[in-house]
Design a protein around this ligand. Structure first.
Ligand SMILES: NC(=O)C1=CN([C@@H]2O[C@H](COP(=O)(O)OP(=O)(O)OC[C@H]3O[C@@H](n4cnc5c(N)ncnc54)[C@H](O)[C@@H]3O)[C@@H](O)[C@H]2O)C=CC1
Ligand SMILES: O=C(O)[C@@H]1CCC=N1
Length: 274
């Protein structure tokens, strides 16, 4: 079985590890480096995996290393791993938003096989969505290996043009938060009208779940599903007309552009570092 190390044991590493274990991957094949003692304790307790304070200890013997630290931390971790990486030549998988393949090659070594990917937190329950992009050093077998790891987290799609990875981040990496925000807004609106909060939340959350399942399981166009809810001159039409009058499409397009731009900026900020 592939030996897998995570550098950084935060939210996203938890989500990916949770997804992997649910598909039957043995806990003994996964190790994590996490500087926070509390984080290590939680990961060990929840998943039964080996946790280390030092990156080198977690990465020792790994065939695949998942870089799961914040983009700003990425340039600072290569020093401690460099000789190990040159000796072991593992497949590196970065999940950091914005961080480009050429930056990873510069920091970790130009000869290394590297996959840049963008998963999302529903990976924790196997319902994630991940875009992946490989550098020229990644062999077909390693590509399959990366896909296998991310398939455990849910749906995967390869992206040929790396510049589109920031768009992927904007429409799936960050997007669970958009749906959570919509449910929060629905809940608030219902509470304002007098519905008990618990009832409002349960109804809104289940509706989000149901709509998501219909979208992914029916194979039908979202517009068709929308039309089926929308009776002529009914309640849904009234709501959709209100959304339209307030410029929902424009609001969403602007938000996606802002997230995409922020991905590009994150990489530029790292380029600007001494
Ligand atoms: N949270 C999300 O929904 C998603 C996050 N990402 C990306 O995943 C990466 C991690 O994000 P999160 O898990 O949300 O952040 P997080 O802050 O929860 O996790 C990062 C972990 O790295 C640890 N860390 C800090 N310095 C370290 C070092 N020198 N060596 C090893 N570990 C170190 C921190 O203690 C922390 O537990 C980011 O690059 C982010 O862009 C990608 C997709 C979705
Ligand atoms: O907000 C962020 O920067 C990270 C990347 C995608 C989701 N969370």
């Amino acid at each position: 079985m592939t030996r897998l190390a995570f550098i950084g044991g935060g939210n996203m590493a938890r989500s990916l590890i949770g997804g992997l274990l649910k598909t039957g991957v043995a806990p003994a094949t996964i190790s994590v480096a996490e500087p926070r003692a509390e984080g290590r304790q939680e990961l060990g307790r929840d998943f039964g995996i080996a946790c280390y304070a030092e990156n080198r200890l977690a990465a020792a013997e790994a065939e695949v290393i998942v870089l799961a630290v914040k983009p700003q931390v990425m340039p600072s971790i290569h020093g401690e791993l460099q000789d190990l990486l040159q000796r072991q030549r593992p497949l590196l998988i970065s999940i950091a938003a914005g961080v480009r393949l050429d930056q990873l090659e510069r920091w970790f070594g130009t000869g290394l096989p590297i996959v840049r990917c963008m998963p999302n937190t529903p990976a924790l329950i196997g319902a994630g969505a991940t875009g992946l992009c490989a550098n020229g050093r990644v062999s077909p077998a390693q590509k399959a290996q990366a896909q296998h790891i991310l398939d455990a987290a849910g749906l995967t799609r390869w992206i040929d043009d790396e510049t589109l990875m920031d768009t992927v981040t904007a429409i799936s990496g960050s997007a669970p938060a958009y749906f959570f925000a919509l449910v929060e807004a629905l809940e608030e609106a219902a509470v304002t009208q007098g519905l008990p909060r618990e009832t409002a939340r349960a109804l809104a959350a289940q509706t989000c779940f149901g709509a998501g399942r219909m979208l992914t399981e029916s194979g039908e166009d979202p517009a068709v599903l929308r039309q089926r809810v929308t009776s002529p001159h009914g309640t849904t039409q009234a709501a959709l007309e209100s959304f339209s009058a307030d410029g929902l499409s424009r609001i969403v397009a602007r938000a996606v552009a802002a997230a995409t731009r922020r991905g590009v900026e994150l990489a530029a900020e790292l380029d600007a570092q001494p």
